[in-house]
Design a protein around this ligand. Structure first.
Ligand code: SF4
Ligand code: SF4
Ligand code: FES
Length: 838
């Protein structure tokens, strides 16, 4: 039984079972809470009921009330006199009431539901043997349980409609399987705010269509295939790929962004892949505190890199200028010998693509040899998130009236889609949303306050909020704080009266130094308003990788400038990073650098320049933990077994052994060492991370009809980190003056969802969503330069000539050019450029 809220409770009886539930609970949910299944098609526990399918019919009786006395009428035996309605009623849209009696198994109710099923099947093709949903189909299952054995309708009178209609390149519609429940349309309208699906025509001719160009243009589209209660919607990825009962399931965590969505990886061994285990699809796994029942399309379809033919399969060393394949033993000895020789001149650079266990072993090895371990990132502030991150027990679903969410310098829709979704929903529940960004982002549709500032003034804008709040306070060592614009003051007033405050800060338009200043400014806002170390309060960093926060917690910090580092150190251990691919200037330095070891999945631009290349393993083939942006540590498990590869932590441990540094080789033991050494991890273990408690709504394999075809969480909800003992303090960052460039345009980097990163580009399915290298301007700026939409332009960036396609948008500030990171244009910090046509 789930925890009941402490509002008025109502007593009723369902199928003879006494039930007590909160006032306002729908009958269908009250039944589910006590283990009674009432079949549904159009109802979904995350959406408002619409009563479209009538599958949930029940008999409902209510106490008879004496019209004169206003009191319940009693039977001779003293029990309440109950009067049943003449007709069956739908339980999905009817709330419970005191003394109600519900009959779901009476002959009348059973016959009513059977008739509805017979009606739904009048035009359903009954092609279960070839349908992707067969085996996990609510219509199939409910027909077996509640439907008629025969039909009065004639087969030849069935509607015959398109069976392979592409709504977009990712989702196909089988028109004749649709039972018009409207779940997909309502999901797109109400849950994700992308109304790109709609019904066309009426009655039996009614059909779903996509009204967007390109078709089904939504980054959450895959979820509709989970909640469609029939095989009408299928993904182009899984369509005719396997039967559900052939699939094994592994619990996992999405590696693509800092949200840490819980996944279920479905795999099977197949003949056409030489008997190898292959991933057939990725599905959401329920975690109500992280992703509820949803994942974005990047998380669902972006796994194909793990089975790319380009994967590195063997270690390589450079001999006579060429990289040649060699055995593991020889490669590891060569690496260990050179690392020992380098000693304090060893620099390890790692990214948040690696797990906590990988990073811990890398740190132990590097420090054991006297070297330096650093984080490869364009964004900073993780130390402040460690001190001021959201407290254990925080859940964005709990935010409503009285809570304030401030989102600054990021576009959550592009950078962390499920956070976008949950922040949007919090705003719809009554939380006050403040969006601060120099340009329009989609979250503004739901914001109560929009604060504009010029690129470069992110930290100054947040400090101005502190200034506006501080009129009556005397902050120690505070510089003279501006009180900002009217919009800043209004936002500050709202924050002043907030019960809860969560701040999401990002790196749009800024680099390392400015993002650290922004994080400090946000920290000051939290500290000065006393929103620290409390549930549903704190600082969240919108990192670009899944485990950047884990790296900060373990002690990795970015270097202010990589150029002197590549000149100064003698040996380099580059794990899960591609500096040469990101910046041609760094490529030149790496070419000339000392002994370079690259540990990665592919022959990246950096690997091509290395002395030794070591093949690593993706998240699907090994186990470990990631720490999300909300500081939740979560376990992922191996689904695909490949003995020829080694996980990063094992490669590092093997090098350590040869170098005389003893490191753990099992992830469980590494995690225990990590938890013993790093205070914020103390008290966590693989066992605590694997614990589950019952969640609402109840979903999973036996409940597919109710929440959709997704997976219950039986392998761990994860656990949030504790805080370091050191209390956060106000500190006043140096804020560089934001001034517009004299001549030229200020090119600023922005983050986008679908980029050319190693882990996305190899998922061919997503290629249509990945734009070419581009630069975006305001049309007035383009007109001054005599440039038109779509032309190729060239410019110089840090000494590198670059070409990109021009886009125009009135939402871009004048004098600014937006350039997406990781699309082939090497930009990490704001730079002044001059544009020319190619
Ligand atoms: S496509 Fe599926 S979810 Fe959408 S209306 Fe039809 S049956 Fe319902
Ligand atoms: S929101 Fe982020 S973590 Fe969740 S599925 Fe999408 S990319 Fe993965
Ligand atoms: S009408 Fe109740 S589930 Fe459709």
């Amino acid at each position: 039984m789930v925890d009941m809220p402490t509002k008025n409770m109502v007593n009723l009886t369902i199928d003879g079972k006494p039930v007590t539930v909160p006032e306002g609970t729908l009958i269908v949910n009250a039944a589910k809470m006590v283990g009674i299944d009432i079949p549904v098609f159009c109802y979904h526990p995350k959406m408002e009921p619409v009563g479209m399918c009538r599958q949930c019919l029940v008999e409902i009786g209510r106490p008879v009330i004496d019209r004169v006395t206003g009191k319940p009428v009693l039977e001779a035996d003293g029990s309440l006199k109950i009067q049943f309605g003449p007709k069956l009623e739908i339980s999905c849209a009817t709330p419970v009431s005191e003394g109600m009696v519900v009959r779901g198994t009476s002959e009348k109710a059973v016959r009513g539901r059977r008739d509805i099923l017979e009606f739904l099947l009048t035009s359903h093709p009954l092609d279960c043997p070839v349908c992707d949903k067969g085996g996990e189909c609510p219509l199939q299952n409910l027909t077996m349980r509640h439907g008629p054995g025969t039909s009065r309708f004639i087969y030849d009178e069935k509607m015959h409609l398109a069976k392979k209609y592409p709504l977009g390149e990712l989702i196909y519609l089988d028109r004749e399987r649709c039972i018009q429940c409207g779940r997909c349309v309502r999901f797109q309208d109400n849950i994700v705010g992308d109304p790109v699906l709609a019904f066309n025509n009426r009655a039996r001719a009614m059909e779903i269509f996509s009204n967007s160009r390109p078709g089904f243009d939504s980054i959450f589209s895959g979820n509709t295939t989970d909640i469609c209660p029939v095989g009408a919607l299928t993904t182009s990825d899984f369509r005719f790929g396997a039967r559900p009962w052939e699939l094994c399931t592994t619990s996992s965590i999405c590696p693509h962004c800092p949200v840490g969505c819980n996944l279920a990886v479905n795999e099977r061994r197949e003949a056409r892949s030489n008997g190898e285990i292959m991933i057939k699809r990725i599905m959401p796994r329920q975690n109500e505190a992280v992703n509820e029942l949803w994942i974005c399309d990047k998380g669902r379809f972006g796994y194909h890199y793990t089975e790319s033919m380009d994967r590195l399969t063997q270690p390589h060393v450079r001999r006579e200028g060429e990289l040649v394949a060699i055995g593991w033993d020889e490669a590891l000895s060569y690496v260990a010998e050179n690392f020992v020789h380098a000693g304090k001149n060893l620099l390890t650079l790692a990214s948040g693509r690696l797990s906590n266990e990988d990073l811990f072993n890398l740190s132990e090895l590097t420090h054991g040899l006297g070297g330096k371990a650093a984080l490869y990132t364009h964004m900073a502030g993780g130390d402040l998130v460690s001190q001021l991150g959201v407290a254990r027990g925080t859940n964005l679903s709990d935010l409503s009236e009285g809570s304030v969410i401030l989102v600054v310098a990021c576009d959550l829709h592009e950078e962390a889609p499920i956070w976008w979704l949950r922040v949007k929903q919090a705003a719809e529940r009554g939380a006050t949303l403040i969006v601060a960004n120099p340009r329009f982002t989609r979250l503004e549709h739901y914001a109560s306050h929009v604060v504009r500032y010029p690129y470069g003034a992110e930290a100054a804008t947040i400090l101005a909020m502190v200034g506006a709040l501080s009129a009556k306070q005397n902050f120690p060592k505070a510089p003279k704080l501006s009180q900002g614009s009217e919009a800043v003051k209004a936002a500050a007033d709202t924050i002043a009266s907030a019960e809860n405050l969560i701040i999401f800060y990002g790196s749009e338009g800024i680099g390392l130094e400015t993002s650290q200043a922004l994080a400090q400014a946000c920290a000051n806002l939290l500290i000065s308003t006393n929103h620290v170390r409390k549930i549903n309060n704190g600082l969240v960093s919108v990192w670009s990788r899944a485990n950047d926060q884990g790296a900060w917690e373990i002690g990795f910090r970015p270097l202010p400038d990589l150029t002197p580092a590549f000149q100064q150190y003698e040996a380099f251990y580059l794990a899960g990073v591609d500096p040469a691919g990101d910046d041609p200037a760094l490529a030149e330095l790496i070419r000339k650098a000392g002994f370079v070891v690259v540990q990665d999945l592919f022959f990246t631009e950096t690997a091509k320049l290395a002395d030794v290349v070591l093949p690593a393993q993706p998240f699907t083939e090994r186990e470990g933990t990631f720490t999300s942006g909300e500081r939740r540590v979560q376990r992922f498990y191996p689904g695909v077994l490949r003995n020829e590869y080694k996980p990063d932590y094992a490669i590092t441990a093997a090098i350590g052994k040869l170098a005389g540094i003893n490191l753990e080789t099992l992830p469980l033991r590494i995690f225990n060492s990590l938890a013993a050494k790093i205070p914020t991890f103390s008290g966590l273990s693989y066992k605590t991370l694997s614990q589950v408690t019952e969640q609402w709504p109840i979903v999973g394999r036996g409940e597919m009809y109710y929440g959709g075809t997704l997976y219950a969480n039986d392998q761990g909800l994860g656990e949030q980190l504790s805080y370091p003992s050191q209390m956060p303090e106000l500190a006043w960052p140096q804020i560089p003056e934001a001034s517009p460039p004299a001549g030229g345009l200020l090119a600023v980097p922005v983050n986008i969802l679908y980029d050319r990163g190693q882990t996305i580009y190899r998922s061919m399915l997503l290629h249509q969503r990945i734009p070419p290298a581009n630069i975006a301007l305001h049309p007035d700026d383009a007109q001054k330069l005599n440039l038109a939409e779509g032309v190729q332009v060239k410019f110089n960036l840090g000494g590198n000539p670059v070409e990109a396609q021009l886009h125009l948008s009135e939402e871009i500030p004048l004098g600014v050019a937006l350039i997406p990171r990781s699309l082939g244009v090497p930009i990490s910090t704001p730079t002044v450029i001059e544009l020319q046509t190619v």
